[in-house]
Design a protein around this ligand. Structure first.
Ligand code: FES
Length: 236
């Protein structure tokens, strides 16, 4: 090979590698946390087929202080939805799991100003057709703080309001034989560090200490209906 050709090949290879590295950096990769079995309030394994369609359920994952919604949408979800984080990283949400691929889970922390459901009050929740927000569309997760809306059947894509990115998806695994659900990781724009910084004092009160709130969930996580988890749900 002529020296000039060799240099050309090297330059082309370097360019190709650079492009691959750039595109790898541009994608939001799934983040894997401890495979965690979802259980009911009595500590027994949660049965996916018992989830009431349209009901908001709450569990904590991947940290003790980070709440998530678990929802049986009652109909198959869109699969392989192309989405982007607020800083432009692409990812593909795989779709729901369970018998109809209708069960989804998302971080319940609004991507706008980090509103989240507490034991006292929740400004954010899923609304099916019968409970749809007056201010928004039906079958959406609606945040009453500034009316951000997310479509849970399409990876929590932003459908309205000031939210800069979809809710971070929680990756679920479904064991058909046992009718069991496991959380295994997250996909999309995590906001946990900002969340811990913003609510350090409140989380310390809710969970005993900041360290406890930031402790990783392992083993099992308890699923509770939002109506039982929090005293007041704000509708808007
Ligand atoms: S915090 Fe949810 S819309 Fe502003």
């Amino acid at each position: 090979m002529e020296r000039r050709d060799f240099i050309h090949v090297c330059a082309a290879s370097a360019l190709g590698l650079g492009t691959r590295l750039a595109s790898a950096a541009a994608d939001a990769q799934p983040r894997h946390y401890a495979r965690t079995r979802l259980s009911d309030e009595s500590g027994r394994p949660l049965l996916a087929s018992r989830l009431t369609a349209g009901e908001n359920y709450v569990f904590h994952y991947p940290f003790e202080g980070t709440p998530c919604f678990l929802i049986n949408l009652g109909k198959p979800t869109t699969q392989n939805v192309a989405l982007k984080t607020g800083d432009g990283r692409s990812y593909q949400w795989p779709g729901g799991v369970g018998p109809q691929r209708a069960i989804v889970a998302y971080s319940a922390i609004c991507s706008h100003q980090l509103t989240y459901p507490t034991r006292q009050i929740s400004f954010i929740s899923y609304r099916d057709r019968s409970t749809a927000s007056k201010a928004g569309k039906p079958s959406m997760i609606h945040c009453c703080s500034e009316h951000s809306e997310y479509d849970p059947a399409a990876g929590a894509r932003v459908m309205g309001g000031p939210a800069p990115q979809p809710l971070c998806a929680i990756l679920l695994e479904y064991d058909r034989a046992a009718d069991a659900l496991f959380a295994t990781g997250t996909l999309g724009g995590e906001m946990f560090n900002t969340f811990f910084a913003k609510y350090e004092m409140r989380l310390a009160l809710e969970h005993g200490s900041p360290a406890r709130a930031q402790q990783r969930v392992a083993g099992t996580s308890t699923v509770t209906a939002l109506t039982r988890f929090c005293k007041q749900q704000v509708r808007c």
